[in-house]
Design a protein around this ligand. Structure first.
Ligand SMILES: *Cc1c(COP(=O)(O)O)cnc(C)c1O
Length: 405
């Protein structure tokens, strides 16, 4: 007997805010035998990655590569600059600030969290006030998440640098660009960021497994002042290796390096400014659709003001349990995976039923975004979730160049 037809057969679409869609070129580059790790091609290829990574981060300074995820890069940034008993200031616009702070706290670092809730960016005046009161300069670093992936809120690291400079406060400025790198504009050197952490599986379009820490001379001085840093996490030999294995503190992540090379080539060929602009236009198409849907029913973007919405991910609120139902429908019926709510429940449940996220980072183009939005439209209808009309037309107008950004 014939089974019920199901429209999920075809290419799956992982539209979550990381890991992101892996380009075929990256997959192909990784599909090969293991290279010689002592000499030749891989050594040469690794050397080419360093300047290209720095170009994407907009820095002339140093980068250390870790075999690890974003959490590894978080820890690396902390242990190379801080020690037990040091204090840090952690402004928060969502879950990721808290997770980074938890990691610091586990290292014995005293974290002062400045909470701005789940729907607002950092209030720079409040950050300034706290820094101004710290006349003894006990605060050694400000840990700033650029784009908080749980809320879709984008913050302004340059404004924190301005606040630090205005007060002549020596704290290091650390930025978490794990979600934003290669999606939202970020200028490490121009914005005065001392340390930036990233990973390869979001805007850099490579399977999870590489973490990056970019650091400048001020950060190097902080490292030099520490009594010790564990051999494995020490960024010094990784950024300035005498022998090839020191790049990775051991065996090279061979296939990830081939994949990353292909991804950086794609970014280089498109041009970083064009990559940012593509993300901006696609984000505006997404927002146009959600604006239209939100004119009736309960579906709303989490960040009310587009000025502080990320171009990499959009977080949505909807009457529970519609968030969970919509995600389940899209997964089962059309092969579209939407992101769950992270840290959104009052109780702290990881997946809250009144929340979901749409990732639009990395290897995404106009037809993919229209496809994801069309899938959401179908889900809203199938599940009889109240919503406004005209969403797909509104998104198509943006893609057609007939409306913003
Ligand atoms: C994804 C993400 C992380 C965590 O990265 P993992 O690779 O999952 O460890 C941290 N911060 C932000 C802003 C992220 O988007």
């Amino acid at each position: 007997m014939a089974k019920t037809p199901n429209l999920s057969h075809g290419r799956d679409y992982l539209a979550i805010p990381g890991p992101s869609v892996i380009p075929d070129a990256v997959l192909r580059a990784m599909h090969r035998s293991s290279p010689n790790i002592y000499e030749g091609e891989l050594i040469d290829l690794t050397a080419t990655l360093i300047p290209d990574l720095k170009a994407v981060a907009r820095t002339d300074h140093s980068v250390a590569i870790y075999i690890g995820n974003g959490h590894a890069a978080w820890e690396a940034a902390l242990v190379n600059t801080l020690q037990e008993g040091d204090k840090v200031l952690v402004p928060s616009s969502g879950q990721f600030a808290h997770s980074w702070a938890n990691m610091a706290a586990a290292l014995g670092i005293d974290c002062e969290i400045l909470e701005f809730g789940k729907q607002s960016p950092f209030d720079i005046d409040r950050i300034s006030e706290v820094l101004a009161q710290d006349t003894a300069h006990k605060i050694k670093a400000v840990l700033a998440v650029h784009v908080d992936t749980s809320t879709g809120i984008r913050n302004d690291p340059a404004a924190i640098r301005a606040a630090l400079d205005a007060l002549d406060h020596p704290a290091l400025l650390m930025a978490d660009c794990i979600a934003s790198l290669g999606c939202d504009r970020f200028e490490m050197d121009d914005w005065g960021v001392d340390i930036m952490v990233a990973a390869c599986q979001k805007g850099l379009m490579t399977p999870a497994g590489l973490g990056f820490v970019f650091f400048n001379d001020r950060a190097k001085r902080a490292r030099a002042s520490l009594k010790r840093v564990s051999n494995y996490w020490d960024w010094t030999p990784r950024a300035d290796p005498e022998f090839y294995y020191q790049y990775f503190g051991g065996t090279a992540p061979t296939h990830h390096l081939y994949g990353l090379r292909a991804a950086l080539d794609m970014i280089g060929n498109e041009g970083l400014e064009n990559v940012w602009d593509r993300h901006a236009i696609l984000a505006h198409a997404v927002w146009a659709a959600f604006d239209a849907w939100g004119r009736e029913g309960s579906l709303r973007m989490n960040a009310a003001d587009p000025a502080y919405r990320s171009h990499a991910v959009t977080a949505l609120r909807i009457d529970p349990p519609y968030g969970t139902k919509l995600r389940a429908w899209a997964q089962k019926e059309i092969g579209l995976t939407l992101g769950m709510g992270l840290g959104m429940a009052p109780s702290g449940d990881r997946a809250w039923h009144g929340f979901f996220r749409l990732g639009h980072m990395g290897h995404v183009n106009g037809h993919m975004i229209l496809g994801a939005l069309g899938g959401i439209q179908a889900g809203l209808r199938a599940l009889k979730i109240p919503h406004g009309s005209g969403a797909l037309d509104a998104a198509a107008d943006v893609i057609a160049g007939q409306r913003g950004p």
